[in-house]
Design a protein around this ligand. Structure first.
Ligand SMILES: NC(=O)c1ccc[n+]([C@@H]2O[C@H](COP(=O)([O-])OP(=O)(O)OC[C@H]3O[C@@H](n4cnc5c(N)ncnc54)[C@H](O)[C@@H]3O)[C@@H](O)[C@H]2O)c1
Length: 110
């Protein structure tokens, strides 16, 4: 698979690593879904991305239009297996002790 074939990625875990990875992929033009176990966690992940993009806009590194495009590429989910259905890439960003987060993912991607 080539990079340009990647239209949708899913990041399991919307913490420090997860929301950063999702932001970068969304900035590159991919649809990026952040998954976590509670709504408050995905909301926090989105808020962090929003704040980060605001800083970039205020420094003139990206335009407000680009910020809107990036936000438009991002979404959230509380279902690992539901989110991955039509994704080409799934990235795990959960603590080591939570690696059961990946169970059922491969089957759900098919
Ligand atoms: N933060 C860093 O600088 C850094 C650097 C290198 C590696 N890492 C590694 O990356 C991984 C993630 O680190 P982090 O800092 O983002 O952690 P974090 O605690 O900020 O975020 C982890 C998120 O994963 C979620 N999670 C847990 N179980 C889940 C499940 N079953 N399904 C979906 N979401 C689930 C948690 O609710 C939490 O929001 C860890 O293994 C860490 O060691 C982190």
């Amino acid at each position: 698979m080539k990079l340009e074939d990647v239209k949708k990625i899913v990041v399991i875990g919307s913490g420090a690593m997860g929301n950063g990875i999702a932001q970068i992929c969304a900035t590159a033009g991919m649809k990026a879904v952040m998954v976590d176990i509670k709504q408050e966690f995905v909301d926090k992940g989105m808020a962090t991305v929003n704040k980060s993009l605001d800083v970039m806009v205020s420094k003139g590194k990206i335009t407000a239009e680009k910020k809107a495009e990036v936000i438009g590429n991002l979404s959230t989910s509380l279902s690992n297996t539901g989110a991955v259905k039509d994704a080409q890439v799934v990235i795990e960003a959960v603590p080591v002790l939570c690696r059961d987060a990946f169970s059922g993912i491969q089957a759900a991607m098919k």
